[in-house]
Ligand binder design. Structure first.
Ligand SMILES: [Zn+2]
Length: 143
């Protein structure tokens, strides 16, 4: 059995990421509204896809979600959009903890495989599984 070098899950998680992205893009709840959180979790569990200086946004998104829930993420996203227009991204993320720049973790207590359950990302309990995924991602980076 091969393991993903990013998240350590026993299967290739790339395929699952495409499944959840398709659900996100349907814009239906519970997937659509959690799109930013889902992508942030996946990127921070596969940081090879992400230059170190681009970790600030997903890191800010996960902290904001864990602290203030979806409403807070929506405000952050709107703030980032305005900041991007003014090139002021640093101001927006200045209030959240600094993104970790050290060595990436290679194992997480919760991965996309857990969130997918049977591979279909069932709506039932999806927000709870995403929250656990976000918490496990932040915990592993802080260890
Ligand atoms: Zn993976």
């Amino acid at each position: 059995m091969t393991r993903c070098s990013g998240c350590g899950a026993p299967d290739s998680c790339e395929e699952l990421f495409h499944v959840v992205l398709a659900l996100d893009h349907s814009r239906r709840p519970p997937w659509g509204p959690l799109h930013g959180v889902t992508v942030s979790c996946f990127l921070l569990q596969h940081p090879d896809r992400l230059p170190a200086h681009d970790r600030a946004r997903p890191w800010a998104t996960l902290h904001t979600y864990l602290d203030g829930g979806l409403a807070a993420v929506t405000r952050l996203t709107a703030g980032l959009r305005r900041a991007n227009a003014r090139r002021g991204l640093a101001d927006v993320v200045a209030r959240v903890p600094v993104a970790p720049l050290g060595e990436a973790p290679t194992a997480f207590a919760v991965t996309i495989v857990d969130v997918a359950v049977d591979g279909t990302f069932p709506a039932e309990g999806f927000p709870d599984r995403v929250e656990a995924w976000a918490a496990a991602t932040v915990t592993a980076w802080r260890a």
